[in-house]
Design a protein around this ligand. Structure first.
Ligand SMILES: Cc1cc2nc3c(=O)[nH]c(=O)nc-3n(C[C@H](O)[C@H](O)[C@H](O)COP(=O)(O)O)c2cc1C
Length: 185
């Protein structure tokens, strides 16, 4: 699968086939995609925690509020990747937390790599971060940036249609407000 196909195919999947396990080799490939992400001055202000234990998965699931669309997803997962940010190892420049940007890129790399392997996931950040940190014994200076439960979408599962702002709403040419009208080919 090339990059464009992975970008178009990638969707947030919140339901997994029960009992179908994701291999350690595939998990290692997904985490490696995160580890290879670019970062401000190559800070790499991240850690990755792989969670397999069912009891721990259930307890991670308890860290999500019921209003979270992915409330039950972690309980169905074969494993969960925890993307951890280390602000002290990263940069804040002109008030912008680039350590968080760096973690975001690592997260998207993992999303795309999972897609390319046919593995379903969803990025989850609406959660009780301190509770996740406590559960995983994370050092105090670290933050939970996101959870990525891993599994396989059930047979025939179709996520809702992809909603995106129109190109004409968000893409401009030379100056803000001037439409970008690419030539075909
Ligand atoms: C930083 C971030 C945090 C997110 N947190 C959650 C979350 O807590 N729960 C959830 O169900 N989806 C979460 N998502 C997934 C988004 O809801 C999803 O990407 C968006 O609706 C677009 O759908 P798509 O990923 O299928 O294209 C998150 C995505 C990102 C990038």
């Amino acid at each position: 699968m090339d990059v464009r196909e992975a970008v178009i195919k990638r969707r947030s999947i919140r339901k997994f086939e029960l009992g179908r396990e994701v291999s350690d080799a595939d998990i290692a490939t997904i985490v490696e995609a995160g580890r290879q992400a670019p970062s401000w001055k190559n800070d790499q202000p991240w850690r990755f925690v792989v969670v397999r234990d069912k009891d721990l998965l259930n307890r991670l699931g308890d860290c999500l509020p019921e209003v979270n669309w992915a409330h039950n997803t972690i309980r169905m997962a074969s494993a969960c990747l925890v993307l951890v940010g280390v602000p002290d190892e990263g940069a804040v420049h002109q008030d912008k937390p680039f350590w968080l940007v760096d973690c975001g890129i690592a997260g998207e790399n993992m999303y795309l790599q999972a897609t390319a392997l046919g593995i379903a996931t969803v990025w989850i950040s609406m959660l009780d971060g301190p509770a996740v940190c406590a559960l995983l014994d994370l050092p105090e200076a670290m933050e939970c940036v996101g959870l990525f439960p891993l599994g396989y979408a059930p047979e025939g599962y179709e996520p809702s249609p992809r909603g995106r702002k129109e190109p004409s709403e968000v893409i401009w040419f030379e100056r803000y407000g001037q439409p970008f009208l690419p030539q075909a080919g």
